[in-house]
Design a protein around this ligand. Structure first.
Ligand code: NI
Length: 276
């Protein structure tokens, strides 16, 4: 049922560092995942905070299904090969008229992964428009790691408020416009950012990070990942398990332990020990 990424889309990804739009969910299915998320938020008494924004596919069955969606995995396989781990996922939610933004950055900077073979599938639960703060990317900027500085700026959605410390040619940036249910793919060294949401509705994106099983975590011990396609002949990551049902206590306990280890890796050297 999935569709392989066309050879021209793979060529675009290699040349530009991104490819979009790719339809994953129908408009009705996109509405359904948004409603499920908002149901969870109502239960929690507000927008997702802290650790539940990350690796939520390990505690919700409907997100486990999404990170294994055949259209996503076929597209990622066309770039990374047939043995795939889901290393992480994060919600990037900007409320209506929210000052939250994401500074120019490269994802690879603090992730501690051994090689830049990481693809992000960014799935739009709502439309992503210029007005609501769609991601922007500079084509071809994914070829080298550049220095970053940490700002810890309060409205910055990134873990350290990190930003690129060299000039970014914003005039060449492309707006990654998506309809709800579509995704973009981007390379882990892509220069990207997103401005605040100036619209009257929320902008919801779910970013899923995929790696081939050959990648290693070199910045800390005990990192883990979920095998979503093929076989893992390397065992570089502790295997993660899908949740038996939504918010199952065993899944929540495993998730809490995993987030603690991942925070130690992502925040290493800062004195911070948990997700903000
Ligand atoms: Ni990013």
């Amino acid at each position: 049922m999935g569709t392989r990424l066309s050879s021209s889309a793979v060529a675009a990804y290699e040349r530009d560092g991104f490819a979009f739009p790719i339809r994953v969910l129908s408009a009705a299915e996109a509405r359904e995942v948004r409603l499920r998320l908002e149901g969870v938020e109502r239960l929690q008494g507000g927008p997702l905070r802290g650790e539940l924004r990350h690796k939520a596919h390990l505690v919700f069955t409907w997100l486990d299904r999404l990170v294994r969606h055949p259209v996503i995995l076929d597209a990622v396989e066309a770039i990374l090969g047939a043995n795939l781990l889901c290393w992480s996922s994060s919600f990037f939610i900007k409320e209506a008229r929210d000052p939250a933004y994401v500074s120019w950055h490269q994802d690879a900077t603090y992730w501690g992964l051994s090689q830049p073979d990481i693809v992000t599938a960014w799935v739009a639960f709502t439309d992503a428009t210029v007005e609501n703060g769609a991601m922007r990317m500079v084509p071809g900027s994914h070829r080298a790691q550049v220095p970053h500085r940490d700002t810890f700026a309060p409205s910055n959605l990134l873990s350290r408020g990190q930003e690129i410390a060299v000039e970014v040619d914003e005039g060449r940036a492309v707006d990654i416009l998506l309809r709800a249910g579509e995704m973009s793919l981007h390379h882990v060294l892509m220069f990207h950012s997103s401005p605040p949401n100036r619209s009257d509705d929320r902008r919801i994106g779910f970013a899923v990070r995929y790696i081939p099983t050959s990648v290693r975590q070199v910045a800390g011990e005990g990192d883990s990942a979920l095998l979503v396609r093929g076989t893992d002949g390397y065992h570089h990551f502790e295997p993660e398990e899908p949740p038996a049902r939504d918010l199952a206590p065993e899944a929540l306990a495993r998730h809490a332990a995993i987030m603690k280890r991942q925070a130690q890796i992502l925040y290493r050297g800062t004195g911070i020990d948990r997700f903000k």
